[in-house]
Ligand binder design. Structure first.
Ligand code: DGY
Length: 329
């Protein structure tokens, strides 16, 4: 990288025109191979960078920051930021940013895609047809679970949770939600607050949308799954680790739960192999926000965040405000 231009590293492949945009302004080190970088390769990739466009798979911790003395900004192209040690960023004076809001609607759509697919056994039915097993119409063939007029439980009523709740109106569903605290009524709308235990027992179907943290690790485990109705569908679009996958496998296998729709997994992409043997689970590879327009909007916001920090402006989606306050002092 040349000496006098600011240096930006991009850890995964993004749209080529975005790389061109960055190259017109910065020295850019991209990753055309698009393979996830090992911790050592990531350190090497960021060693002399002033800023980085990172993704959820890049672990940004103190060891990495120590090895990257020029780094001023970690701009995550994701709303989730459990890959970033925010305290370490603050300690090293590095601004951390994310991409809230721009992915709410696409992610809510995907939560509904999983809920519908799991409830109406779409994956299983498609496999059945493709395997040439459909020989005749049968009255009780592949009967699914009802959504219309039922009760939906949303665990995590943030911006994406509320976008999911809005869609429930079209299905005439009553919506219950659980958060650390009840929301003001202008945000909750018609949705009713419940403790987690009560929500799990009362809801016909449950969608989990909370960020991952040590506090939400295995928030939904064997005990919580046992509270749910055996006719219920569980959808996880939050983060792997919020649901205890081994406990979920057991509940699905024993038909203590009707079905699940999962976009995120513990240790992804190496998901628990037992899921693959189950018909009552719909699996997608962490794509809830993956539409062309949404990916574009996420990248645009991440680039704006990065440019702002590098130009000395406070970025719109700053995660560690202390860093900025300290700069100003
Ligand atoms: C997010 O934005 O957090 C999505 O999960 C993509 O990583």
């Amino acid at each position: 990288m040349s000496e006098n231009r600011l240096r930006v590293a991009v850890t995964r492949r993004i749209f080529p025109e975005l790389i061109d945009f960055l190259r017109a302004r910065y020295e850019v080190r991209d990753n055309q191979a698009d393979a996830p970088l090992s911790p050592q390769a990531l350190r090497e990739h960021l060693r002399d960078a002033d800023g980085v466009l990172a993704t959820g798979g890049d672990r940004i911790d103190a060891a990495l920051l120590e090895a990257c003395p020029r780094l001023k900004v970690v701009s995550n192209i994701a709303v989730g930021y459990n890959n970033i040690d925010l305290d370490a960023c603050t300690a090293y004076g590095v601004a951390a940013t994310n991409t809230p809001d721009v992915l709410n609607e696409a992610t809510a759509d995907h939560a509904w895609a999983l809920l519908l697919a799991a409830a109406r056994r779409v994956g299983e039915a498609e496999r059945f047809v493709r395997a040439g097993q459909w020989k005749r119409w049968e009255f009780e063939m592949l009967m699914g679970a009802d959504l219309y007029g039922r009760t939906l439980g949303i665990v995590g009523m943030g911006r994406i949770g509320r976008a999911i709740a809005r869609r429930a109106q079209g299905f005439a569903m009553r919506v219950l939600y659980h958060n650390r605290k009840p929301l003001p009524s202008e945000l909750a709308g018609a949705a009713e607050y419940r403790s987690l235990e009560v929500l799990l027992a009362e809801a016909d179907h449950v969608i989990v949308v909370v960020p991952y943290s040590p506090q939400t690790h295995h928030l939904i485990g064997a005990r919580e799954l046992a509270r749910m109705k055996p006719s219920a569908v569980l959808v996880n679009i939050a983060r792997g680790g919020v649901v205890d996958d081994a406990a979920l496998v057991e509940a699905l296998r024993a038909r203590r739960l009707f079905a699940a729709g999962l976009d995120v997994f513990e240790n992804e992409p190496a998901l628990n192999p037992a899921f693959l043997a189950l018909d009552n689970v719909v699996l997608t590879p962490h794509i809830a926000s993956s539409t062309r327009a949404t990916r574009q909007a996420m990248a645009d916001l991440a680039i704006r965040n990065l440019e702002d920090v590098l130009a000395g402006r406070r970025p719109a989606a700053l995660l560690n405000a202390e860093v900025w306050d300290r700069r100003r002092r």
